[in-house]
Design a protein around this ligand. Structure first.
Ligand code: IDP
Ligand code: MG
Length: 160
């Protein structure tokens, strides 16, 4: 089947990436940020944050009828998370590829979940699943003034 959001896009997009509480507790924040930095995307927002229950519920509202929803909310609010906004051409689908499958045991080696996690309920990182949700989630997790528009000096070495 044709999944438009999984096909490489030529649009400048934004995506919301979050190191979940297990990633923070396990000391994987630097490693996870590094994967996106090294790839060449642009960081436009970054903060350590204790997520209120209502925000977690709003973020995952599409999953509210799932049996694991209460445990998911408990997990996401169990400790600080690292919230990030990343920008770039095709960043949404590319970030999903860097992150790997939802179930870390099915995630390819070389991906963040494939290299660093073992369970769906402890899969250490979130990434938006479409450009629309990228916009929605960045606006949900960041206030105006928390995001930076800047031009990395390396840009000419990354995009022609
Ligand atoms: P994604 O994070 O790869 O986009 P989603 O299906 O959107 O995966 O699910 C959101 C999050 O909910 C997952 O990353 C995982 O933390 C949790 N989750 C999904 N399915 C299950 C499950 O079957 N058991 C426990 N947690 C789950
Ligand atoms: Mg998802």
């Amino acid at each position: 089947i044709f999944l438009p959001h999984l096909v490489a896009s030529l649009e400048v997009e934004e995506t919301y990436i979050m190191v979940k509480p297990d990633g923070v507790q396990r000391g994987l924040v630097g490693e996870i940020i590094s994967r996106f930095e090294k790839k060449g995307f642009k960081l436009t927002g970054l903060k350590l944050f204790e997520c209120p229950k209502e925000l977690a519920q709003e973020h995952y509202k599409d999953l509210q009828s799932k049996p694991f929803f209460p445990k998911l909310i408990e997990y996401i609010t169990s400790g600080p998370v690292v919230c990030m906004a990343w920008e770039g051409v095709g960043v949404v689908a590319s970030a999903r590829k860097l992150i790997g499958s939802t179930n870390p045991l099915q995630a390819e080696p070389g991906t963040i979940r494939g290299d660093l996690a073992v369970q769906t309920g402890r899969n250490i990182v979130h990434g938006s699943d479409s450009p629309e949700n990228g916009k929605r989630e960045v606006a949900l997790w960041f206030k105006e003034g928390e995001l930076c528009q800047w031009t990395p000096s390396l840009e000419p070495w990354l995009v022609e």
